[in-house]
Design a protein around this ligand. Structure first.
Ligand SMILES: NC(=O)c1ccc[n+]([C@@H]2O[C@H](COP(=O)([O-])OP(=O)(O)OC[C@H]3O[C@@H](n4cnc5c(N)ncnc54)[C@H](OP(=O)(O)O)[C@@H]3O)[C@@H](O)[C@H]2O)c1
Length: 292
């Protein structure tokens, strides 16, 4: 394993620094080790540490990238904005940055869970196509399910009572801790050897959704009643948790995942030298969020 070299000469622009992966990257880039700038839509509410230079910018307004890209070597890119400005944004990036690390998804992985119709895969494929054609160094990170989805999916129910209703409880995934996505991102941003690589990143264990909820219950010291939500009513019942198109996408992926273990890689350990964190570790470290 090669150690990441942190140098003031490496100037990094983070796009998505206020998001789940981005905040962990900020936490792992050492203050004083590299120069970190964050492009954010709202600097007043960004809540980033003082060593991060915060600049206003918006992926839907390409001109706002120009100042943010001044003197930047490496860019970390998350794209959750509408797709209309992908080309002008990536053109700007290609003119100014030497290296782009893009947070994508495992849509090329031949496992049924990752092969279902999904509007986001087309966007990720198009961004990757343009980055590959840019002549810049690039690395694509392809995480599976984020462990932090538990905060959006199950936290509201666990805080409200002891019953968690969810569809396809037998469907397995291998949730990855956002800190491990960030650890790989930091290396791709700070050390050589990752150009032209794409990394499928998962947690270490295939766990059914029922097992994941039960692990959360253990972490907070409560016995949760886990109820199967019938898939036919799920599109409506899931609306409080995510938009209808995400519900459709996830229901298809969970249904396809039934009956075989989740896809598990050891990429986090190979890149960082440290095994990926388990969902039990993630749950213990975030237990306070689930307590009333
Ligand atoms: N969740 C999963 O299980 C999973 C699995 C695989 C891949 N992914 C991929 O991971 C990505 C999401 O990563 P995440 O969860 O870390 O992000 P996130 O928590 O959803 O945060 C999105 C980030 O993008 C920023 N952003 C949104 N619109 C923007 C715009 N117009 N201009 C500039 N910045 C903008 C947000 O900044 P503001 O502060 O301005 O809102 C925020 O920092 C998605 O592409 C998703 O497909 C997710």
């Amino acid at each position: 394993m090669k150690r990441a070299s942190f140098t003031e000469m490496n100037r990094i622009l983070l796009i998505g620094a206020t998001g789940r992966a981005g905040r962990e990257i900020v936490a792992q880039l050492p203050a004083g080790g590299v120069r970190v700038r964050a492009l954010v839509r709202n600097p007043q509410t960004a809540g980033l540490p003082p060593h991060v230079e915060v600049m206003r910018g918006d992926l839907t307004v390409p001109e706002t990238l120009d100042e943010c890209l001044t003197d930047i070597d490496s860019v970390f890119l998350v794209w959750t904005a509408p797709p209309g400005t992908v080309t002008p944004i990536l053109e700007r990036m290609a003119r100014r940055a030497r290296r782009i690390v893009f947070l994508s998804s495992p849509y090329k992985t031949q496992h049924p869970f990752f092969q279902q119709p999904n509007p986001i895969r087309g966007l990720h494929a198009e961004i990757e196509r343009q980055i590959e054609g840019s002549g810049r160094q690039w690395t694509f990170l392809r995480p599976g399910m984020f462990a932090a989805n538990a905060l959006y999916w199950w936290e509201p129910q666990i805080r409200a009572g002891d019953v968690v209703r969810w569809p396809h409880l037998a469907a397995p995934t291998a949730p990855i801790d956002e800190r491990d996505i960030a650890a790989v991102a930091v290396r791709a941003l700070c050390e050589d050897g990752h150009d032209g690589k794409d990394y499928v990143l998962t947690g270490p264990d295939s766990l059914s959704q029922r097992e994941q909820i039960s692990i959360l219950g253990d972490a907070i010291g409560r016995s949760l009643r886990i109820e199967e939500m019938p898939p036919e009513g799920a599109p409506e019942e899931l609306l409080p948790f995510f938009p209808a198109f995400i519900a459709k996408m996830l229901l298809g992926a969970w249904a396809a995942a039934l009956g075989q273990p989740a896809f598990v890689t050891s990429t986090v350990a190979e890149i960082t030298g440290v095994p990926a964190r388990t969902f039990r570790e993630w749950s213990a470290d975030h237990a306070a969020r689930f307590r009333v």
